[in-house]
Design a binder for this molecule. Structure first.
Ligand code: AKB
Length: 313
């Protein structure tokens, strides 16, 4: 029987869908959602919720003890674009929240952790195409530095203390249920909203900026699949490369035009262009495929069709 799960950062873009999917799978009362603020009505009505600051160790420990939590998914984080504006706040949130859950596991108060890393761990010196699991990293953003450090700490806690921590390097994630906030890949969600509302979109990334991306259903499936895999199959305890598709703003625009022929896109790159330019264009996820049978399902046209159909509703 599934033991109770705590999701920290349950009201964000990934947390919302992860919470709903885990509740469908294991039962609503087995999945405790928590965040610094309340989430949307559907999430709030779907099961137990706690207001929780991910940087407060004692508060997390109280919730863990109260609900007899066994697994924690730590989804709270400040993303790349916002982190450039508030470097110390980003470092504080992204690192201290991770230490809090790693230390809870070290003290045997929880037994398994999921922590998200990102393609932002790579930097301008990383080979851009088919970026390998292990390669030059040297991230040049505040967010990337925090994720790269987090990966090192995850592996350290696994090797030194036997902490069962699991992680994937998410690409940009596309979803219609909850908006992303503060990321460089957010254009790939905004574009669908504005295509329906205005018939046009001004992209903050340039026409040819190719980045690794993924539809949210694939991301949620990958996350749960990794968490359910037998520990002895996992050879990576920093974070797994996770691939799906790669596209440019121009590619999305062309895909949208198949549904909305009059759709128009224009380009006004801002400070996020430099962040995007430092990231890979495509990802080699051979290790995830080998270790836990990872297989993406959605390509760009399927994503476009899902996004437009569901947003229209
Ligand atoms: C961001 O754009 O900051 C995130 C990410 C790629 O981790 N979506």
């Amino acid at each position: 029987m599934q033991k109770p799960i705590l999701i920290i950062g349950a009201c964000g873009q990934i947390g919302t869908e992860l919470t709903m999917e885990l509740r469908n799978k294991y039962g609503a009362d087995k999945v405790i959602a928590s965040d610094i603020r309340e989430g949307n009505d559907t999430l709030m009505a779907s099961g137990p919720f706690e207001l929780l600051d991910a940087t407060n160790y004692a508060a997390i420990e109280d919730v863990v003890m109260h609900y007899e939590i066994d697994e924690v998914y730590l989804m709270a984080a400040m993303l790349s674009a916002t982190a450039e504006k508030f470097p110390m706040r980003a470092w504080n949130l992204n690192m201290n929240s991770l230490f809090n859950v790693l230390n809870l596991a070290k003290e045997n108060k929880i037994s398994k952790i999921f922590w998200p890393s990102s393609i932002a761990v790579f930097g301008p010196n990383t080979p851009k195409e088919n970026t390998a699991q292990s390669t030059i990293m040297e991230p040049s953003t505040v967010y990337g530095i925090s994720k790269q450090s987090g990966e090192r700490w995850c592996e350290y806690y696994f090797k030194k203390f036997g902490v069962d921590v699991r992680s994937v390097r998410y690409p940009g994630l596309i979803s219609w249920k909850t908006m992303p906030g503060g990321g460089t890949t957010d254009y790939a969600v905004e574009i669908y909203h504005e295509a329906l509302e205005k018939g046009s979109y001004q992209s903050f990334l340039d026409k040819g900026t190719k980045l690794p991306m993924m539809y949210m259903d694939d991301a949620i499936r990958a996350t749960i699949q990794l968490m359910e895999s037998p520990a002895e199959q996992l050879t990576v305890r920093s974070s797994y490369n996770l691939g799906s598709m790669s596209f440019t703003p121009d590619d999305v625009a062309k895909s949208i035009k198949k549904h909305i022929p009059g759709f128009e896109i224009s380009y006004a790159p801002d400070f996020r262009q430099k962040i995007a330019d430092s990231w890979p264009s495509s990802i080699d996820d051979t290790q995830a495929k080998k270790d836990w049978d990872w297989k993406p399902e959605f390509d760009l046209d399927q994503t476009t069709s899902e996004m437009l159909t569901n947003l229209k509703k």
